[in-house]
Ligand binder design. Structure first.
Ligand code: ADE
Length: 243
């Protein structure tokens, strides 16, 4: 996968892209990630990238030229059309499902505004997706795009050591993850559930499924789709409701 990020603050990405899994993913060549300053593409003699809004009003608006030109330069004519993602609080809210969808693409281009608004022609004629990471306003799209890059790259083949570890994640399965324990079995009198020490894999799997459903019931009941529950899960749900 190739990821290009258009931003006025490429330095913001240095720490995030050069540590941990994102660093390893690039070393393994599962992905190439580059942050580009779209000011470099400005044709304005002062390298301006924004201007006053037509009709007046507060704030500045990012002009279309540097962003359209940067995207043109980063898109090779041979490739499948890239996903061009505008980071903004008005976009669709990011989810694990969207991360999985983006992980199937060959090329992602992120556009990050900072304080300014975007000229509407960028929205209408350039981007394929507008994404928000939640109902709050950040100073810019940079942090939001890092969240998305992180969640997409960890889904690429061979990026996580244990191929299955993300399959079990909260949200991939549709339910929140079951509790986990490690040694010691007794820490200051707080003990690990007996079943996990039993070595009985069938019982352990059953315990995990039940705890996963319980946690989802307690914390995110909106994620439970009653129509797809097994008879056993329905029985468990009744137990939780009566507790
Ligand atoms: N830019 C500013 N706030 C944002 C948000 N919540 N998500 C994505 N981009 C943003």
């Amino acid at each position: 996968m190739k990821i290009d990020i258009l931003t006025l603050f490429p330095e913001m990405f240095v720490g995030v892209l050069n540590n941990s899994i994102l660093k390893k993913a690039q070393e393994k060549e599962a992905v190439t990630i580059q942050a580009h300053n779209f000011r470099d593409y400005s044709e304005n003699k002062h390298k301006n990238v924004d201007d006053y809004p037509y009709g007046g009003g507060e704030g500045m608006v990012l002009t279309p030229q540097p962003i359209f030109d940067a995207v043109d330069q980063l898109t090779s004519h041979k490739e499948k059309k890239p996903r061009i993602i505008l980071m903004c609080p008005q976009g669709e809210t990011f989810t694990q499902k969207k991360a999985e969808e983006l992980a199937n693409e060959e090329h992602l281009i992120f556009i990050c505004g900072h304080y300014e608004g975007y000229d509407e022609r960028i929205r209408e004629h350039l981007v394929t997706d507008e994404i928000s990471i939640g109902d709050y306003v950040l100073t810019g799209g940079e942090l939001a795009s890092m969240v998305i890059v992180d969640s997409v790259v960890r889904l690429l083949p061979d990026v996580l050591g244990n191929e299955l570890s993300h399959m079990r994640d909260s949200f991939s399965t549709g339910y929140l993850e079951h509790p986990q324990y490690t040694r010691p079995a007794d820490f200051r009198g707080m003990v690990v559930p007996e079943v996990l020490l039993s070595g009985n894999h069938k019982h352990i799997e059953e315990w995990r499924s039940k705890e996963s459903l319980k946690r989802t019931f307690q914390r995110r009941p909106d994620l439970i789709k009653k129509e797809v529950l097994s008879a056993e899960q329905i029985k468990w749900l009744k137990e939780f409701e009566n507790e």
